[in-house]
Design a protein around this ligand. Structure first.
Ligand SMILES: [Zn+2]
Length: 686
């Protein structure tokens, strides 16, 4: 009974909370933030203006573990805090505007990260209220004007336009201004050693592109097509970019591919690539996706998670369109086909999800959402679709939206109800695969592709002519399909086709050979070796490994050829090379110690998680665990990026099952700080 009473009380209180929207409208936050890297702490002064909508005696800001220091209010508002709120208490009158100021400090456990000489934030899913009292609810949009204090040698990026930088002792105060309101999850800042280049959109919007000084040669490939994407989206969406400027910043050990903070997208360093890396892992899709969110998500924001596809489905859809503009129709249809295949598989397993559903997976929000828009465009026609999107954005700008708000606008312009569309695409769990394929088949490329992919079960003798024809000026994806169909076929038949595929000079067709022809036959050796020079780090890595295994007598030759190649941001080729060099008997014996030290060094916290993950993998294969690498592993097991933390913990757990390593780790406890020691103690007792 008591439990019941508590539950009742709790739900009543929550209800009151969610109704705060009707009581108060927060208008502006002006905050001076001073992050402290060594103490992992934030100190700040903040001023809040708000308008009371209904007479009441208390309102709150979300504020997680924030310690209030000084408070100030002209209107005699009492200000106090508890574990997750700052409370403002007074005899508030309707239609009156108030203001409060307070200083505080916080040691954020999430939403603000101190890593490798950078400080950056992530609001979505983590709550800005961990470092800045704000609203976890998306429905009250506020104008945030931040000033950030950072040491003189650092660069600061946050929402809005930079007003001024002023010197304050050993620090610089970076003062920014936002003109329009946004939801609190879109507030963000980054501090680091960054340089920038600024380009201007066709419409005159300044686009600031940031990079680390050591990545200056990667600047061009990383940001290739940025201006084109911006101009394309502005024209396609039909509404000018809604904010003062746009900035993009690659941050160290980021949690996601990218995050669309208003005017300041942060993205993963994994997308900082050179020209070769561009062919395999470019930033184009994420670049367009995050930019599209500046309209879909930031300008119009979901009222609640149920309508999340209004963010992710739209961003995915417009990113597909931007890629179509850049890479062409075939690439576009291929990606739509891949996404349809994934959705169909999920649906066939009986795991299809309704799109308008707060619990849906990313695949549903992103890809099914994009498909819904693609089909809707087909049903109503491009002109109606564009007009409706424009109306929807104009009508609801700087406000919150639901699925109905969007559909209503489409129905208005279309002049008819969209009953079937809503049933099939928004509220049905199964994926309408037939309808999707009927649409895809209109692409001549997809048509050709289906003609080849349908031959998968046929023996090579019966299809050899068709495959051979497909290799004359092969399309990227059809060519790859042909190569994959050669797998396991008798070499007598397949060798001439492989030769033809090599000669195609198509990067992706040749990559398919590197990835599927693992045991290299003597008669293809010459051609296969040319893969080591292809402009793809995926191809180079696979080809190096396969040649090294297939031709033991030439191991040294291959190693010499690939020495010094780094690969992607995660140093995939360099680390694989070191691994192979150590496995090659008598290869540069005088350098073995250096090789070992180099692999070990990559596991340290000076490197990004993707570098470290590969280093741990090879350290494990080579059984090179020592004090240094074990300490790095304990550190990695507490990393803020959960995937890396998880994979590191799994390795640590395995090592702890071995008596010797267990002993060694116990001895190492004396070198650990308290947090790490407590963590290791827990792991030892598990
Ligand atoms: Zn997104």
């Amino acid at each position: 009974m008591r439990i019941f009473f508590f539950i009742l009380l709790f739900s009543l209180t929550t209800n009151c909370f969610s109704q705060q929207l009707e009581t108060v409208d927060f208008i502006r936050v002006e905050a001076l933030i001073r992050p402290n890297y060594s103490e992992k702490k934030v100190s700040a002064n903040a001023t809040y203006s708000f308008k009371i909508l209904q007479k009441c005696d208390s309102i709150f800001l979300d504020a997680i573990n924030i310690k209030l220091l000084n408070t100030y209010s002209e209107d005699k508002i009492e200000i106090h805090s508890n574990k997750n709120k700052v409370w403002l208490v007074s005899n508030f009158k309707a239609n009156k505007t108030y203001s409060v100021s307070f200083s505080y400090e916080a040691f954020p456990k999430r939403a603000l990260y101190f890593t490798n000489n950078q400080i950056w934030t992530q609001g979505q899913g983590k709550y800005t209220s961990n470092w800045l009292p704000s609203l976890d609810d998306m429905n009250d949009k506020i104008e945030f004007d931040l000033s950030i204090l950072a040491s003189v040698d650092m660069t600061v990026i946050t929402n809005g336009r930079l007003n001024a930088i002023t010197k304050l002792d050993s620090l610089k105060n970076w003062n920014f201004d936002m003109e329009k309101p946004m939801s609190s999850y879109l507030v963000a800042f980054a501090i680091g050693d960054f340089k920038k280049n600024t380009v201007t959109s066709a419409s005159g919007v300044p686009i600031e592109l940031y990079y680390r000084p050591q990545d200056s040669l990667k600047f061009e490939p990383t940001y290739r097509y940025t201006k084109k994407i911006f101009n394309f989206l502005e024209a396609e969406i039909g509404i000018p970019f809604p904010w003062q400027n746009y900035k993009q910043v690659p941050v160290h050990d980021f949690l996601y591919a990218g995050m669309e903070n208003t005017t300041a997208t942060f993205f993963s360093e994994a997308f900082v690539v050179d020209s070769i890396g561009f062919s395999d892992r470019n930033y184009v899709n994420v670049n367009a996706h995050e930019l599209a969110h500046q309209w879909f998500g930031n300008l119009v924001t979901e009222t609640e998670g149920t309508h999340h596809w209004l963010h992710e489905g739209f961003a995915t859809y417009y990113a597909h369109l931007a890629e179509k503009e850049i890479f062409g129709d075939d690439y576009y249809y291929w990606k739509m086909f891949q996404s349809a295949e994934q959705l169909r598989a999920l649906s066939n397993e009986g795991k299809g999800e309704v799109l308008v559903n707060s619990k849906a997976s990313s695949l549903t929000f992103y890809e099914k959402g994009a498909w819904a828009l693609y089909i809707l465009n087909e049903i109503v026609g491009e002109e109606v679709f564009k007009k409706a999107v424009k109306n929807y954005l104009e009508k609801h700008q700087f406000k919150n939206v639901s699925t109905d708000d969007f559909i209503t606008e489409v129905e208005k312009v279309y002049g008819r109800e969209l009953t079937d569309f809503k049933k099939d695409w928004l509220y049905q769990s199964a994926f309408k695969a037939e309808q999707a394929y009927q649409s895809l088949i209109k692409s001549p490329f997809i048509n050709e592709y289906f003609k080849i992919s349908v031959l998968r079960g046929t023996s090579l003798t019966l299809k050899i002519d068709e495959l051979e024809r497909a290799l004359v000026f092969p399309n990227d994806f059809i060519g790859q399909e042909v190569v994959y169909q050669l797998e396991g076929a008798p070499l007598l038949l397949s060798a001439p086709l492989y030769k033809k595929a090599f000669l195609s000079n198509n990067l992706y067709v040749r990559q398919a050979i590197a990835l599927s022809l693992v045991k290299v036959p003597e008669e293809l050796k010459f051609e296969y070796e040319t893969l080591l020079r292809d402009e793809s780090y995926v191809t180079q890595e696979a080809a190096m490994g396969n040649l090294w295994v297939s031709f033991p007598e030439d191991k040294t030759k291959y190693l010499d050829l690939m020495d010094g190649v780094e690969g992607f941001q995660d140093k995939n080729i360099r680390q694989f090379w070191l691994f192979l060099a150590l496995l090659t008997e008598n290869y540069k014996p005088e350098k073995r110690v250096d090789f070992i030290n180099e692999i070990k060094q990559y596991s340290s916290s000076n490197f990004g998680h993707s570098v470290r993950e590969i280093s741990f993998e090879y350290t494990g294969y080579l059984n090179m665990w020592d004090d240094e690498t074990l300490l790095n592993l304990v550190n990695a097991s507490q990393h803020h990026y959960w995937r890396f933390q998880k994979s590191s913990r799994e390795i640590l757990k395995r090592l702890l099952e071995d008596e010797n390593y267990r002993e060694q780790l116990i001895l190492l406890r004396k070198d650990l700080d308290t947090t790490s020691d407590n963590f290791l103690e827990r792991m030892l007792n598990e």
